[in-house]
Design a protein around this ligand. Structure first.
Ligand code: SF4
Length: 372
């Protein structure tokens, strides 16, 4: 016979799947639903609550995306950053780090290698590095677009002016990832030094959307000081923004940051939130992140089973990968691009899904898909 608790839980999940939302009190209940074990292992979810959530999230993801998992080739173009976020390993204040920048020709070489391996999206990611001003970045974006007209260029370069986002769009970029990190003013201030303003960050996301980008927001689960109420604020913000992509991963500490002694985020909570996001945003592109793979060897497979449908293998030159250390013990820093691709293919298949190499646009009405 079904226990009362189990009935309540199933009801919460059913309402969430039907309405793509829950009243605040019930969402908090679901976020905090007790689980006997703290960690989830390769064998599967640690408790019935998570198993039921993953099942529903998987059903919804298969309805929209089938078993497809999209590949995004990640090129980490610079580890210079003018900012000093307390959680980040490449923050300006980390003086022990060897810094690098990739030039246009190196970036194009990475794209060529990626194209040969089947990638049709290139994600150019970096710290906020003034070297990559509009002139330099527009040159890079249009060179990629010219050589690979059947590929999407995604940028993840932090906060810029609206005019700058527009110029990059005009040069051919069509997607932009900018994690909002925390929609709560209180928490945002605990994670960032004075001068970095939540208001600006959120405005950037709305600007990007208005310009016509497919936009990605996101956050770290278990960031120092984060409470369930903060996550609730994040969910409300995401409902307002309606992003095309949502990137979440566990907070992972880095030894050369002010958060060096803080506990890492939990994999269980990250997976639970992924499943909730899939139910709230059935159309969304949700990456199973490298941070998940770092916190547990099976983390990325579990992420896919909890509703994620994107993986982002590294295409950066192997010799710079270790220097792009956002957190400690980051995986896949020593592998060649071809090895990353093969490894991911095996992992995705073992989780029960299939890597597809098409451009992988978000599947919902009203999204601009005009060729760049
Ligand atoms: S999180 Fe981003 S903006 Fe903040 S220091 Fe790191 S790279 Fe710079």
């Amino acid at each position: 016979m079904m226990r009362r608790d189990e009935r309540q839980l199933n009801q919460l999940i059913a309402v969430l799947a039907r309405d793509r939302d829950l009243p605040d009190e019930q969402m908090l209940e679901l976020l905090a639903w007790p689980c006997e074990a703290e960690s989830v292992r390769a064998a599967g979810p640690a408790c019935d609550a998570d198993a039921a959530l993953y099942r529903e999230a998987d059903r919804v993801r298969r309805e929209v995306y089938g078993d497809a998992v999209y590949l995004r080739g990640l090129i980490e173009l610079t580890n210079h950053c003018k900012n000093n976020c307390y959680y980040c390993g490449i923050r300006r204040g980390n003086t022990g780090l060897a810094r690098y920048r990739l030039d246009q020709e190196t970036i194009l070489r990475c794209c060529r290698e990626g194209y040969g391996l089947g990638y049709r999206t290139f994600v150019l990611q970096g710290g906020e590095d003034p070297y990559y001003n509009d002139e330099v970045m527009c040159g890079i974006v249009s060179a990629i677009h010219e050589e690979f007209p059947d590929c999407a260029v995604t940028l993840s370069l932090g906060e810029r002016s609206r005019e700058s986002y527009q110029r990059l769009f005009d040069a051919g970029a069509r997607r932009y990832l900018l994690r909002h990190e925390a929609a709560s003013e209180e928490l945002y201030r605990q994670l960032h030094p004075p001068g970095m303003l939540l208001e600006n960050r959120l405005q950037c996301l709305f600007d990007l959307k208005e310009i016509g980008y497919q936009v990605g927001a996101g956050l770290m689960v278990g960031a120092p000081g984060q409470k369930a109420e903060h996550l609730l604020e994040d969910l409300h913000f995401l409902q307002r923004l309606q992003p095309d992509m949502i990137g979440i991963g566990p907070f992972l500490r880095h030894a050369d940051t002010p958060f060096r002694d803080r506990p890492n985020g939990s994999m269980r909570m990250t997976l639970r939130l992924l499943a909730i996001l899939r139910l709230m945003f059935p159309y969304a592109l949700l990456p199973s992140t490298t941070a998940l793979g770092t916190i547990d060897p099976q983390g990325r497979e579990l992420g896919l089973q909890a509703g994620a449908n994107v993986v982002m293998p590294n295409l950066s030159p192997a010799e710079v990968r270790e220097q792009y250390a956002l957190y400690d013990n980051k995986i896949c820093t020593g592998e060649e691009s071809a090895q990353c691709r093969t490894c991911l293919e095996t992992r995705v298949a073992s989780a029960g899904y299939r890597i597809v190499t098409d451009i992988g646009d978000v599947k919902r009405e009203g999204v601009k898909r005009d060729d760049p």
